[in-house]
Design a binder for this molecule. Structure first.
Ligand code: 5GP
Ligand code: MN
Length: 341
């Protein structure tokens, strides 16, 4: 029996013996968090299970079209309801995160729950805050892993259109539509199952990627033209946006999605950083090409984490101070960046 089959068997036993199953995705949920959550929701529902969904904060606009997304309760908006959902849960399944602080304001409620907890995730080194951890960093996305688990439970790939679309959204958003990230032959075999179900690949692509406002494009113009600094000696480029920049372009959640990837297309640049000023902190996104480990960088200096080539973190300080601090710690990584390949 493979590792995955063994864990799936344990998972299946937990599912069988539980009535109220609560699926939780992470704070600032991305396409993979919501995709894997909705896919598992639909499958468990088809087994006749009572399933609920919760997420710590709001979904981005580009994910709201997905089938079932209207059933996700947002903790910061419906606090009382969500606390009840956690209290009533007989089984909690957490998707696409490996640290309890990714539960945001729901953290203490979830971690003190008496219900068995399961993590399904693909980030490195999951923290130990669950009874069963199904984690595989060789998978490009949690959605890929969910599809394998569902296939295992179902005995064959589950042919269900909204389910397949959800898994597909998770895979394309975590790989930048097969441009980066850890996608493998296995991913493509999963994608083959999804395409066999008859999903409209172009419709999904257009809904996820080609659905932005003109203001968002103009904000991207500002970011590249006036807010990007290139540090050739560190093979690094960074973009900073202030609260005022966002307000000037009528920013809505999700508008800056993908900006962090843009500097990586500059010749010689292996490390890209995106700073966004928030109310009392700065949110940072990191991306790299090759072997410069941005997850280590994020956890060492910015209380964050993620994957080898895509990570994030935060700093409770002003934007100017955060940039100065970043430049200082960047210097400590000069040798590694010079040697990165
Ligand atoms: P993004 O830059 O797209 O917001 O995040 C990229 C990846 O970095 C996410 O998939 C997630 O794994 C990780 N990440 C982003 N922000 C944080 C954070 O504040 N803490 C941790 N631990 N991981 C983060
Ligand atoms: Mn993911």
């Amino acid at each position: 029996m493979t590792e995955l089959a063994k864990y799936t068997k344990e998972f299946s036993e937990l599912v069988r013996s539980s009535d109220n199953i609560l699926l939780i995705s992470h704070i600032n949920p991305d396409g993979d968090a919501i995709g894997s959550q909705l896919a598992l929701y639909r499958y468990l529902n088809s087994l006749g299970k009572k399933v609920e969904m919760m997420c710590p904060n709001n979904l981005q606009e580009f994910l709201k079209w997905m089938d079932g997304s209207e059933n996700i309760s947002v903790f910061i908006r419906k606090r009382k309801k969500c606390i009840k959902l956690i209290e009533n849960a007989g089984l909690i399944v957490m998707l696409d995160f490996n640290q309890p602080n990714r539960l945001g304001e729901a953290e203490s409620f979830v971690t003190s729950s008496q219900a068995p907890r399961v993590i399904i995730d693909h980030h490195l080194e999951p923290h130990d805050f669950a009874d069963l951890i199904i984690s595989d960093p060789s998978r490009c996305s949690t959605s890929e892993l969910v599809h394998e688990i569902v296939t295992c439970l179902n005995g064959s790939p589950w042919r269900d259109l909204p389910y397949s679309e959800s898994v597909y959204v998770g895979i394309i958003t975590d790989t930048g539509n097969f441009e980066h990230g850890a996608y493998t032959g296995n991913t493509m075999r999963v994608v083959a199952d999804l395409l066999d179900t008859g999903i409209d690949r172009n419709r999904v692509l257009n809904t996820v990627y080609n659905n932005f406002s003109a203001d968002r494009m103009r904000l991207m113009g500002l970011a590249l033209n006036q807010r990007m600094t290139v540090l050739e000696e560190y093979r690094t480029a960074y973009i900073c946006l202030t609260k005022k920049d966002l307000a000037d372009f009528n920013h809505v959640k999700g508008d800056t999605e993908g900006f962090v990837n843009l500097p990586l297309s500059i010749k010689g640049i292996v490390f890209s950083v995106f700073f966004v000023e928030k109310d009392n902190f700065v949110k940072l996104s990191f991306r790299s090409k090759g072997n410069f480990p941005v997850n280590d960088f994020a956890s060492r200096y910015f209380d964050g984490g993620g994957h080898l080539n895509a990570s994030g973190g935060e700093r409770y300080d002003t934007l100017d101070n955060t940039i100065s601090y970043f430049l200082k710690v960047l210097k400590e990584n000069e040798e590694m960046l010079k040697k990165a390949e």
